[in-house]
Design a protein around this ligand. Structure first.
Ligand SMILES: [Zn+2]
Length: 99
């Protein structure tokens, strides 16, 4: 099956990386490490990529609570959508709208 578009291939040692990230953050959400600078004290339940999805170094990984992992996913989704819209050539519609 090859219909996994958008999904990241996780490295073989992913579980170990997760454990290392969890140890680093003490199982606390690391959301503040991201550029958003918002503190969060919830329990980290997920490990996500802070930057590039194919960079699996621990420095690029964040332990996040479920809530912030969802937030991040949504932000990225919106960002991608934004890019997709911007890439499209703009059509000049000068007030002429016929439906
Ligand atoms: Zn959080």
């Amino acid at each position: 099956m090859s219909g996994s578009q958008g999904l990241v291939k996780l490295p073989r040692n992913w579980n170990r990386l997760v454990r290392r990230v969890m140890r680093r953050c003490g199982r606390r959400c690391e959301w503040e490490r991201a550029e958003f600078r918002v503190r969060c004290s919830r329990e980290a339940t997920m490990v996500v990529h802070a930057g590039k999805k194919d960079d699996h170094s621990v420095g690029n990984l964040l332990g996040l609570c479920t809530w912030h992992a969802a937030q991040k996913a949504q932000l990225e989704w919106e960002a991608n959508r934004f890019v997709a819209i911007r890439v499209r050539p703009m059509r000049h519609e000068s007030g002429e709208q016929q439906s």
